[in-house]
Design a protein around this ligand. Structure first.
Ligand code: SF4
Length: 208
């Protein structure tokens, strides 16, 4: 086992969430510096008005995936290349799994919609780079970042976790923040029903 995932959930009313954590001007400036800017349909610039998009959803149901890496995995990633590759493999595997489970949860909750952590990774090459429509619009979910939300503050204030980064080694843990927009708070038991609660015995036999 190279890592384990612990899921935590919380909910907050959308107007309060926007008031406390949204700053589009500030975070769009960061997004514009990202090499993925304008290369994924899930990412900025978005083609719609963000306030109008969020308006129908009164509750933001947050999902935090804390990914604890084991010592051996951290130790074995002893070059910049390995840190990058292993970090990405772990984070993208957990993101894919959480996205899929959240889409299952959407199916149980009328008029709900999930948002993901980071840009869409469903296809190897996104059609946005060719100016063509999304290949999988039924599965693609926008990133929370794309709405200008402050993920560090959300992670710290709501889940009491400091975000860690790769600094010469893999960090002790990664954190991913996803959300389910809905008309009302989603009970924890529904997250649990799709495997998004508590510890996930996430299979990872990966060796660096
Ligand atoms: S599903 Fe494919 S085409 Fe659509 S945003 Fe994701 S990577 Fe791009």
């Amino acid at each position: 086992m190279g890592y384990r995932v612990e899921y935590r959930t919380s909910h907050i009313e959308t107007p309060l969430f926007r008031q406390k954590y949204q700053d589009q001007e500030k975070f769009m400036a960061y997004c514009r510096e990202c090499p993925r800017y304008n290369t994924r349909w899930s990412c900025p610039p978005l083609s719609f008005d963000v306030a109008e998009f969020l308006e129908p959803y009164t509750s933001v149901n947050l999902l935090c995936a804390k990914i604890d890496l084991d010592d051996e995995t951290i130790r074995a990633a002893d070059t910049e290349e390995k840190i990058k590759t292993v970090g990405w493999e772990i984070v993208s595997a957990v993101k894919r799994a959480a996205d899929e489970k959240l889409r299952k949860l959407e199916a149980r909750i009328p008029e709900s919609l999930s948002l993901s952590s980071g840009g869409c990774i469903l296809c190897e090459n996104c059609t946005r780079e060719e100016g063509k429509p999304c290949r999988q619009p039924d599965k693609m979910r926008y990133s929370l970042d794309a709405f200008g939300f402050d993920l560090s503050a959300i992670t710290k204030d709501i889940f009491h976790i400091e975000i860690l980064w790769c600094k010469g080694s893999l960090p002790e843990y990664f954190t991913l923040i996803h959300a389910l927009l809905a008309k009302e708070p989603v009970p924890e038991v529904l997250f649990e029903a799709v495997g998004l609660h508590g510890e996930d015995g996430f299979p990872s036999e990966r060796k660096v």
